[in-house]
Design a protein around this ligand. Structure first.
Ligand code: NAP
Length: 304
């Protein structure tokens, strides 16, 4: 690996494998710090910054890289790499993991168990950026904005004065609840931990324990789910008004019984990757900031 002198990434070779517009911004950021970048799966994208080339997927790309950047969503259980701008599908097999140098740093947003297991089996360090608070908290800002934009698009009322229920008080839940309250919505938050219920009250919002979720849903205009577990089950949804709109932010498959919601005529949608859709530049910079720091730290600790 080259030298990360004075905050620069001179000589560091990055390989970007698929992803969406966020990754173009990440690549632009590292390129500005003098790294070289190879872009796999960006045939249909405008990628024009110095020392960057679009290449086809190959073992050589993986062998040569100091840093490999996977999409925020990681790879699926079949090894498919999601690539919005690709002309050809990209598949990471076990053999591909085997050729990667053990010193190469791997970054992803999230990793399904198989992806994590493959990296581990081949002795590769895989950083899950979205598990880091410093990334997830900032990423919750474009997520909340995207969720609110969707709610506005799918309702006939203003969010101001509406009854909004947020499920979960994690990184996304806190931000969403706070922004909605700032817009004048009457915000209820459902959580399971007594400490979270106390925090919700401290924020001036209505706190409902998760076991009373049905009561909250019954009086909601809009429900935002951030809990990655089946939570909006058919018996809970049966209590929702038909005009209620459900925006499910939780990672796939979400926490909503979508089949039942549709049967009941409730508008419910899984809304993945909102930062990449509504604010790819901001979201890309959030990822780049932490990734660059970690690459520089690794470089200085190995004396590279
Ligand atoms: P987080 O900080 O871990 O918060 C998750 C929340 O869900 C916490 O309040 C947690 O409560 C609760 N929870 C988890 N499992 C639960 C269960 N089985 N029963 C009840 N409550 C449970 O996560 P986050 O960063 O806010 O992200 C939330 C979800 O949104 C994740 O699935 C993430 O992948 C996804 N996400 C989606 C987008 C998008 O664009 N759609 C963007 C960012 C994140 P406890 O603290 O009690 O466990």
């Amino acid at each position: 690996m080259g030298k990360g002198v004075s905050g620069m990434l001179t000589g560091v070779k990055f390989a970007f494998l698929g992803g969406d517009a966020r990754m173009i911004e990440v690549a632009r950021c590292v390129s500005e710090l003098d790294a070289s970048t190879v872009m796999v799966g960006f045939e249909k994208a405008d990628v024009s910054f110095p020392d960057s080339v679009k290449v086809a997927f190959s073992e050589e790309v993986l062998k040569d890289a100091d840093v490999i950047v996977f999409p925020v969503a990681g790879i699926d259980d079949e090894g498919r790499v999601p690539a919005q701008f690709a002309e050809q599908p990209i598949m990471m097999t076990e053999d591909h993991f085997a050729v990667i140098n053990k010193k190469t740093q791997l970054f992803t947003g999230i990793a399904r168990p198989r992806f994590g297991a493959l990296a581990k089996r081949h002795g590769l360090a895989l950083v899950r950026l979205m598990e880091l608070d410093e990334v997830a908290i900032l990423n919750s800002i474009p997520t909340a904005e995207g969720a609110i934009a969707l709610a506005m698009e799918h309702t006939e009322i203003t969010l101001h004065g509406s009854a909004c229920t947020v499920l979960g008080l994690g990184r996304c839940g806190v931000t969403l609840a706070r922004v909605l309250a700032g817009m004048g919505a009457a915000v209820t938050v459902c959580a399971r931990k007594p400490s979270d219920l106390a925090r919700i009250r401290e924020m001036g919002l209505t706190a409902i324990p998760l076991e009373h979720l049905g009561d909250a849903i019954a009086s909601s205009d809009v429900v935002f789910n951030t809990i990655p577990a089946m939570i909006l089950t058919s018996d809970i949804l049966a209590r929702a008004a038909r005009f209620c709109v459900i925006i499910d932010l939780a990672s796939a498959p979400g926490g909503t019984d979508f089949r039942f919601a549709e049967k009941r005529g409730i508008k419910a949608m899984l809304a993945p990757s909102l930062p990449g859709i509504v604010a790819p530049k901001t979201a890309g910079r959030i990822i780049a900031q932490t990734m660059v720091r970690m690459v520089q730290e690794a470089s200085s600790s190995t004396g590279g």
